[in-house]
Design a protein around this ligand. Structure first.
Ligand SMILES: [Zn+2]
Length: 256
């Protein structure tokens, strides 16, 4: 028995880092049959728990290789490894902070009249005219166009013939010319594509969508849980405070 104990001790000793203080209490069990000790097992007492000492004997390199190989095969055969990780909605991410910053950059709390003279509170100097030229036939009616621009900046991709800004705005492009510039068409497109999820006053944070009516859309540009602000066109507003209203509809934009 002493031989076995000595062998086991030397096996275990090999895996004890010399820099680590480790106290090992061995427990040896066996059966006495005809005055002979058989079925000898060696245990280690660690922190009051008895462990099979063989667990502490390091495996050979070959054994470790085999274990690694069988773990890998098991994983490759598993269901988890067969799942494709692709974005189901066709765009990799929506960055609502980028969208918010765009919205804040291209509007103001305007104190001028629009070109057609119908609406007070429009200031084209703040609009992104170089990228999205102003068009006469819309004039001040720019709320959906402005929100579309910000959403696109945040990551929602152009879909040719379906959702894109046309030079002449909302005219002459079949039903799809409207999706960029018309509130109802924009809402239909975004929800049917799965880009928008129904939300509420509390959860709709910056970079997401507020419809104050069926024909007016703005972007939420602040929600610190106490103060809620939006920015928009068709009366240009920048970080304008709002409160919940039963007529309002909120949407959050999916991030994948
Ligand atoms: Zn106008």
């Amino acid at each position: 028995m002493l031989d076995i104990l000595t062998d086991q001790y030397y096996d275990i000793k090999e895996c004890i880092n010399t820099a680590t203080l480790l106290s090992l209490d061995f427990v040896v069990t066996g059966d006495i049959v005809n005055d002979e000790i058989t079925n000898i097992s060696l245990y280690i007492d660690q922190m009051g728990e008895i462990h099979d000492a063989s667990l502490y004997i390091p495996k050979s390199k070959q054994e470790l290789k085999e274990i690694g190989k069988s773990d890998m095969v098991e994983y490759l055969d598993s269901k988890e490894s067969q799942i494709r990780h692709t974005a189901p909605t066709g765009y990799s991410r929506y960055d609502r902070i980028v969208a918010r910053d765009y919205a804040l950059e291209y509007t103001s709390n305007a104190t001028k009249y629009c070109k057609c003279g119908e609406l007070y509170g429009v200031d084209y100097d703040y609009w992104n005219n170089s990228e999205y030229p102003y068009f006469d036939n819309a004039c001040h009616n720019d709320c959906a166009d402005y929100v579309s621009q910000a959403m696109h900046e945040g990551g929602i991709p152009i879909e040719a013939g379906k959702w894109e800004r046309l030079k002449d705005g909302n005219s002459g492009y079949g039903p799809y010319g409207w999706t960029w510039t018309n509130v109802a068409a924009l809402k239909d497109y975004m929800t049917s594509k799965g880009y928008w999820d129904k939300s509420n006053f509390a959860q709709c944070n910056a970079g997401n969508i507020l419809l104050t009516s069926s024909s007016h859309i703005v972007m939420v540009t602040l929600n610190d849980t106490v103060t809620h602000r939006y920015s928009g066109h068709t009366r240009d507003r920048k970080n304008y405070q709002f409160y919940d209203n039963s007529d309002y509809q909120y949407y959050t934009i999916k991030t994948n």
